[in-house]
Every structure is written in structure tokens, then in C-alpha cells.
Unconditional design. Structure first.
Length: 160
């Protein structure tokens, strides 16, 4: 099963909102009723939103996707502030977390602690969620894009 990760998490949030729209009553239009005094409310009258969220998340099987979103949000606490300042998780696919480091030095440093990072991620997200950490260095600039790009080797063929 291959899962493509949306780094913004917008698709999961929209799905949750759609599902809650079918569970929650529609908003009232018109003059609102005054709220009942707190002492007159019954505990059975209210159901916490967290319970509804948990129900929708469980029914739709979104637990893993939300765990992955937590990974991206909590990256500094999972790998440390120093490592997080020089790296960024950019994707998740079939148990592999892709990370981009700001330099090849930081990429090498993260590769040396990859086993500990995977263990920590599985501790937080659930055993077996992450199987491997794929660390890449920065990408070089592309000569193939832009208004002045030309077919063929382009400007590199003038370097000697």
C-alpha cells in the first residue's frame, strides 16, 4: 500500500470537515436562543468535539495520516532544535520519511543518527510507522527552466 503525503495536510483537514458536516447539526439561522444556565445543562446533552473527531478519524482510517502530520509539526522536538534548524521533513511514502538538509554536511550528520531518529519516530507515532529515513542534501539550481533556457546543454558547454 503506497501512500502519497500531502505536506500541507489540507486534504485530510477538508475530509474531516466534510465528515463533521454530516454529523453535526447545521448552524442555526436567525435570533439565537439564550443559553441555558450551566447548572441546568446535563452532561448527556453535550458530546465533546474531541469524541466526534476521534469517531470520524477512526471510521475513516485517518489515524496514520494524522500521525504523519504530527511528525511534520513536531519535527524540532523529535530530532532536536539544532538538527531541525538545518533540516526539514518533506514527504512520507510507504514508511519512508524524506528529509532535506540545508547542506551536505548536515545531510551526513542526519544519516549518522538515522537509526535513532527512526526509533524515536516509531516510539511517538506507533511501531512500524516509519521504516527508513531518507536524507538528501540541497538540490543544485536547474539550468533547464526559465525564459532564457535553450535546448541542449545550454550555458554549460561554454565552460571549456
Amino acid at each position: 500500500m503506497s501512500e502519497i503525503h500531502d505536506p500541507t495536510g489540507l486534504d485530510v483537514a477538508l475530509d474531516i470537515a466534510d465528515e463533521l458536516g454530516t454529523i453535526l447539526p447545521p448552524p442555526r439561522v436567525g435570533k439565537p436562543k439564550p443559553p441555558r444556565p450551566r447548572s441546568a445543562r446535563k452532561a448527556s446533552d453535550l458530546e465533546p468535539v474531541g469524541v466526534l473527531f476521534a469517531q470520524v478519524i477512526g471510521d475513516k482510517g485517518w489515524s496514520k495520516q494524522l500521525a504523519i502530520q504530527q511528525l511534520f509539526a513536531a519535527w524540532p522536538t523529535l530530532v532536536g532544535q539544532t538538527n531541525a534548524a538545518h533540516s526539514k521533513p518533506v514527504g512520507y511514502n510507504a514508511g519512508v520519511v524524506s528529509v532535506v538538509a540545508e547542506s551536505t554536511t548536515w545531510a551526513t550528520a542526519l544519516r549518522t543518527i538515522a537509526a535513532q531518529v527512526v526509533a524515536r519516530l516509531n516510539e511517538v507515532l506507533g511501531e512500524g510507522t516509519v521504516t527508513r529515513l531518507e536524507v538528501r542534501g540541497p538540490t543544485p539550481p536547474s539550468w533547464k527552466a526559465g525564459r532564457r533556457s535553450v535546448p541542449g546543454r545550454g550555458p554549460r558547454d561554454t565552460y571549456g
